[in-house]
Ligand binder design. Sequence first.
Ligand SMILES: NC(=O)c1ccc[n+]([C@@H]2O[C@H](COP(=O)([O-])OP(=O)(O)OC[C@H]3O[C@@H](n4cnc5c(N)ncnc54)[C@H](OP(=O)(O)O)[C@@H]3O)[C@@H](O)[C@H]2O)c1
Length: 272
Amino acid sequence: MRILLTGANGFLGRRIAAAANCVHAPSLREARKDEVKRLIDNSEPELIIHTAAISDIGECEKNPDASYRANVILPLSIAKAAKGVKTLMFSSDQVYTGSACEGPFREEDATSPANVYARHKLEMEERVLSLRPDTVMLRATWMYDLPLYRHDKTGNFLMQIIFAGLRQNAVSFSSQEFRGVTYAREVAELTLAAKDLPGGSYNFGSPTALSMFEIAKSAQKLLGIPENVMDRPKSRNLWMDDSKLRRQGLAFKNTLDGFRQCAKDYGLFKEP
Ligand SMILES: NC(=O)c1ccc[n+]([C@@H]2O[C@H](COP(=O)([O-])OP(=O)(O)OC[C@H]3O[C@@H](n4cnc5c(N)ncnc54)[C@H](OP(=O)(O)O)[C@@H]3O)[C@@H](O)[C@H]2O)c1
């Protein structure tokens, strides 16, 4: 299958590119609508996987215009040019920030996103789906993996645990923050399987019933790092209900099993 992949040099894009043969789109940072159309017409894809975005919440907050261009206008240009080509796009569990009710959230729950990034992701989902209802919107959680050689300079959950362990520092996570974190290699594999999903939004990450505080403690124990987690005063609930994805025959490992899998894949496993 001919897959056109955007963001192929990004954190997730590199892992998707490692899991499947893809045509790598060039950087789309400055791409105009007609250039996006030409790229799609010329590469004749059977599937488009769009991962390019400004994924840093702080950067979106500082530069909302750039976030709007990258996170709303660019995906819309892709959707317009994609015509009959099945397209997968990435959204985020951040769309559930600011919700009045408690998770686990279902895709159809009312949301009222509380930051620029989340508002733009939700607007992107709504506008793209009204234009191309067969687009698959994948609401990802915070992802982690070991860094690739000379890449992935930004931190992630696993690297925070490892760095703090090396320096014998505490990590700081809240017992009142509830969200899944997901192994990026598993996300890459399930993204390829998501090509057969009917159009719509999907919660797309490891489920959990644990707080970030509990997840961090379990992760340290699993890696043989002395338990050292400070409870941080942050209250947030982004738990996602994965039943819509499961009904379609796809399921992530829960957060701790995903972490166990990652530790095993890299030989970091401490448990007997
Ligand atoms: N990482 C996470 O934990 C996480 C969590 C939830 C959701 N997501 C979503 O999952 C998708 C992939 O995330 P990721 O972490 O792999 O992203 P990333 O590594 O931060 O960025 C992916 C690629 O986007 C391109 N890009 C950066 N700025 C851009 C701009 N202004 N305009 C157009 N393209 C730009 C870059 O490619 P070039 O250098 O080639 O331009 C970059 O390599 C994104 O939609 C993100 O919002 C990520």
